[in-house]
Design a binder for this molecule. Structure first.
Ligand SMILES: Cc1cc2nc3c(=O)[nH]c(=O)nc-3n(C[C@H](O)[C@H](O)[C@H](O)COP(=O)(O)OP(=O)(O)OC[C@H]3O[C@@H](n4cnc5c(N)ncnc54)[C@H](O)[C@@H]3O)c2cc1C
Length: 405
């Protein structure tokens, strides 16, 4: 699968951070993690911290799947608003999902503080703007349910938005002062794996799993180099390519676009908040630690790398125009980097984390959607608990059994 155009910003900024060998011998471990993106890295990190013998394999270089293309906003707000999510999974599970995302961002912060290497983690407020006046009703429903469930959020009217963002045409917004953040997902992936290796984890890239046998006592994986890996448990953290291991279709694929501007001086906009909106597909903006503006959106509802990439220049122009309209005093935006990526979402906006009966001794960690990184953190803990034989009280929320149309 072709996941993105060749030069996402994070890859150019960071380059090859670390070398990992290809697997050139047979291997036996307790846990094998298939996929060395942010999801595999967090799973392996949690397992290694818990003293479990674990190895990671990736067919690409580490972090070079979707992770290096990620715009990496960390939001507790799921793509599906809580009042809508409640209709899919019940209000209790919807509210718990939002709270788990808040907790996941806190935990990611604690992990990043502990890691020796840079991760680009920064706390940011988040603002969710009404794209049209007609969306205010939805905004009020969302505000009411979030308040009911003790989420720290403010309802801003048109004047509040205009005070913070003088040129925005938004009739209202939900402002979350405390519970957002941003990161460099590519650096974080390497930082996690380097740390996991200090706790005994093994990491191999340029090693593709071409066959999987699920036996009663073990899982046997075969690599493209002709070696076998025997493990008690397999974690499938293969990102958007994981659908190949499932009979049930759980994702919809889209094409998405992002750009990074030339650097600015100082605070670029109000508290350098994460900005997004009620329209679907939505436009979203963040800043970077080197003072650039990062804009994403203008999604197309198809997976076709050729068509996706052909649209890159046109989409870049449109994203830059979107910015110029919102921030006329900073216009025209000068684009330094742009890229296109494939993006997967689920019907209810929640990830799939758990087992299916067709693949014994296997846990899927599929952090799909706009909160993929936050979901990966949740997956890491669920997988660690499963390895330790501990019941995770929230695992059922993300299981395959909840399938919705
Ligand atoms: C443009 C864009 C913007 C995004 N913005 C955000 C955002 O703002 N916030 C957010 O939280 N999320 C965002 N996401 C989503 C987030 O980036 C993803 O959820 C996350 O990167 C997925 O990580 P992963 O480790 O699951 O997948 P990947 O990074 O794709 O890693 C999976 C790995 O598995 C490997 N693999 C697959 N098959 C095999 C095999 N057979 N053998 C060996 N290895 C295999 C692949 O090579 C790959 O490296 C965005 C995604 C994109 C593309």
């Amino acid at each position: 699968m072709n996941l993105h155009t060749p030069y996402p910003y994070w890859l150019l900024k960071n380059g090859f951070l670390f070398e990992y060998p290809a697997l050139r011998h047979p291997l036996k471990v307790d846990f094998i993690v298939m996929g060395g993106g942010i999801t595999g890295a967090l799973s392996a990190w949690y397992l290694a911290q818990a003293g479990v013998s674990v190895a990671v394999v990736d067919r690409r270089h580490i972090g070079m799947g979707s992770t290096c293309a990620s715009t990496a906003l960390l939001q507790y707000e799921i793509d599906v608003p809580m009042y809508q999510l409640a209709k899919y999974v019940g209000e209790k599970n919807a509210a718990r999902s939002y709270h788990l995302c808040i907790e996941a961002i806190d935990k990611l912060e604690q992990i990043c503080e502990k890691l020796d290497l840079p991760t680009g983690f920064e706390r940011k407020p988040s603002i969710y703007c009404a794209s049209r006046k007609a969306d205010l009703e939805e905004l009020d429903l969302e505000f009411a349910i979030r308040q009911k469930h003790d989420i720290r959020v403010e309802r801003w009217d048109k004047a509040d938005v205009a005070r913070a963002f003088p040129h925005f045409q938004s009739a209202g917004a939900l402002y979350s002062p405390h519970d957002g953040a941003q990161v460099d997902a590519y650096s974080l992936t390497h930082a996690l794996l380097q740390d996991a290796m200090k706790h005994g984890a093994q990491v191999f890239d340029k090693t593709e799993i071409v066959d999987i046998q699920h036996e009663k006592e073990q899982v046997v994986l075969h690599t493209n180099h002709g070696h076998s890996i025997r493990a008690k448990q397999l974690v499938i953290a293969s990102g958007y390519e994981s659908q190949a291991y499932l009979e049930q279709k759980v994702t919809r694929l889209h094409s998405t676009y992002a750009l990074v501007s030339e650097p600015f001086d100082g605070e670029i906009w109000y508290r350098d908040a994460l900005i997004w909106e009620t329209a679907r597909p939505y436009l979203y903006l963040r800043t970077t630690s080197d003072r650039r503006v990062l804009i994403g959106g203008r999604d197309e509802p198809f997976y076709s790398p050729g068509r996706r990439d052909k649209l890159l220049n046109q989409k870049t122009r449109l994203l830059a125009q979107d910015f110029d309209k919102k921030f006329p005093t900073l216009a025209p935006l000068l684009v330094d980097f742009n890229w296109a990526g494939t993006f997967a979402e689920t019907a209810d906006g929640l990830p799939f984390i758990g087992t299916i009966k067709e693949r014994p001794r296997t846990i899927f960690a599929l952090g799909f959607g706009g909160n993929g990184i936050v979901f990966s953190q949740i997956a890491g803990e669920i997988i660690r608990d499963s390895a330790l034989g501990k019941k995770n009280p929230d695992a059922h929320i993300f299981s395959f059994e909840r399938m919705v149309d």
